[in-house]
Design a protein around this ligand. Structure first.
Ligand code: SF4
Length: 239
């Protein structure tokens, strides 16, 4: 089954900028951005990021405020700050053998970087990959990682899999099945996450008096290290 998948990938795999490099830093940047942001939105932001900070050492000496500003619009801003912390740690100590020691790097991101940058025998298993493994009843190996990602994103979709064009259809016991809609992602509009994002955007534009801002959002952002409250608790700034 893996052979069928790899043949399909050779012909139909997506040409993504982070697939043209083995640089672990560039791949880490792409994986952190992709954690919660769609591929199409990540592509231009990834290219801009690498133009501004082309290496671990370049990012390590950036200010947290610049990093937070550059991350604006990607969402889940803690990721940017963690990426910056990770760069500082790598610049100081080198790449750790266990990549999950880096801030913001969980088992999935660690396996992706280990595989794509360092060539390790690690299969990053996200929701797409586990869905394909479940449906096909097959355990794929590390070399199939990128092919699985593309199959999960374009063919073996969560609700209405496109079995008619699937390279695995001849061997897949779930061929032709339909699935219940998945739980919808919680709404961003009106959420606390939106209030945090709006507050951070205002502070990223310029420092502001606390009295002009959403106090609860400021507290939560400060806890994550995304803003600082100076001047005896009256002025909110980027770190
Ligand atoms: S045949 Fe259908 S269910 Fe099976 S892997 Fe392909 S798209 Fe998914």
């Amino acid at each position: 089954m893996e052979g069928l998948l790899l043949d399909w990938f050779a012909a139909h795999g997506r040409d993504l900028p982070w697939r043209r490099t083995k640089d672990p830093y560039a791949i880490l940047v792409s994986e952190v951005m992709l954690q919660q942001t769609q591929v199409e939105r990540v592509i231009p932001r990834y290219l801009d990021w690498l133009e501004r900070w082309p290496s671990v050492s370049a990012l390590a000496v950036a200010s947290p405020a610049d990093v937070i500003r550059q991350w604006q619009g990607l969402g889940y801003n803690r990721r940017g700050l963690n990426l910056h912390r990770a760069a500082r740690k790598i610049a100081a100590d080198g790449w750790p053998a266990d990549l999950t020691e880096l801030p913001g790097v969980g088992p999935y991101t660690a396996a992706a970087v280990a595989n794509f940058a360092f060539g390790h025998d690690a299969l990053p298993v996200d929701i797409n990959v586990s869905r394909i493994q479940e449906r096909t009843g097959h355990s794929f190996t590390a070399p199939a990682a990128q092919a699985l990602m593309d199959l999960g994103a374009t063919v073996c979709l969560a609700r209405v899999p496109r079995c008619g064009i699937c390279p695995l259809a001849s061997a897949c016991p779930s061929r032709g099945r339909r699935y219940e809609p998945l739980r919808k992602q919680s709404r961003f509009e009106g959420s606390f996450r939106q209030r945090r994002a709006r507050t951070l955007r205002l502070v990223a534009e310029s420092e502001r008096p606390l009295s002009e801002l959403d106090r609860e959002a400021v507290e939560s952002l400060a806890q994550d290290g995304l803003v600082e409250v100076a001047d005896c608790g009256t002025l909110v700034t980027l770190p």
